[in-house]
Design a protein around this ligand. Sequence first.
Ligand code: GLP
Length: 245
Amino acid sequence: MEIIKVNNYEEMSKTAAEYIIRKVRQFPEATFGLATGSTPVGTYKRLIEDHRENGTSYKKVATFNLDEYIGLSGENPQSYRYFMDSQLFNHLDIRKENTFVPSGSAEDLAGECRNYESKLKNHGGIDLQILGIGNNGHIGFNEPGTSFLSKTHIVDLADSTIKANARFFNTIEEVPTQAITMGIATIMQSREILLLASGEAKADAIGQLLGNGVNEQFPASVLRNHPNVKVIADKAALSASKVRV
Ligand code: GLP
């Protein structure tokens, strides 16, 4: 795991965006795995700026998002589909039909999980996966205890995740209690992974990630077994890590 230490959120966003832009230019047909949450918003802003100013094209790019809340349709402003459209896709020349987010309102959710895996397979898998990290070490919505062998599946959200994500909703009661997420094994099949972390709130999680041990109680620790992971973290996020970077 390579650790790239940066000063703050802005620098993290710039570093991540530059990395993604280089990938798209070198490999215009790349498939990206994308994340939601506050962490990647600054990165997405920079991709949009670069697209406007320098014309980097996403016409041939495909994207697969990590997760979606169950019970929310894509028109719901709290859904991850809506988030991705408004924060990124609507501002690039990407073809909407090449942007995949699991459907949290599908009638057959188990079928939706299987479909998502086969669509991903048909696209040849993920070239570069962008990840954030939950305070409890979750990646996507893979909460502590999730099997490292898991594929796209339905999860019950941990109370701490519901609390952390309540900031996006009017009341905590509105936060869905279930989600559909790419599994740990799905994420691990990505050829390359960029994990982003910023701020003191992530310091403990990053400390554990960079500490010793790989175990299912701390889902992100599985990344230690992946051959091509870069962690772009700012000073605050690295403040509880013992590693020297
Ligand atoms: C959410 C998402 C994750 C995200 C994480 C951190 O629950 N499901 O994909 O990486 O929590 O979110 P944030 O970037 O807002 O801290």
